[in-house]
Unconditional design. Sequence first.
Length: 97
Amino acid sequence: MAYDPGAIDATLAAAVGDEPVLIAELRLAFLESAKAGLQTLTRTEDAATWKDAALRLKGLAASFGAVRLMAMAGEAASAPVGDPETLRKLRRAVDRL
C-alpha cells in the first residue's frame, strides 16, 4: 500500500474548502491525536486498552483519509499487547504524516 502525502490534505480540503490556514490547523490536530494514540499503545499493558486504542487510531486515520495508518491500526487491534514490530510500523506511519 503506497503512502499518498496529499491524501490527508485532499480530505481536509474537501471538508473545509480552500482554507490553507484551517487545513494546516486540522492537520496539526490530527498529527497530535495520532501521536497521542500511539503513545497510549506504547504505554498500555492491558489487552482491552490496547485494542480500544488501536481502534480509536484506526477511526481517526479513516476520518482524515490516512489509509495506510488506518490499515496498520486495524491490524494492531488484533496484535499482541506491546508487540514491538506493530509499534515500530505504527510509529513509522505516524512519522510519515
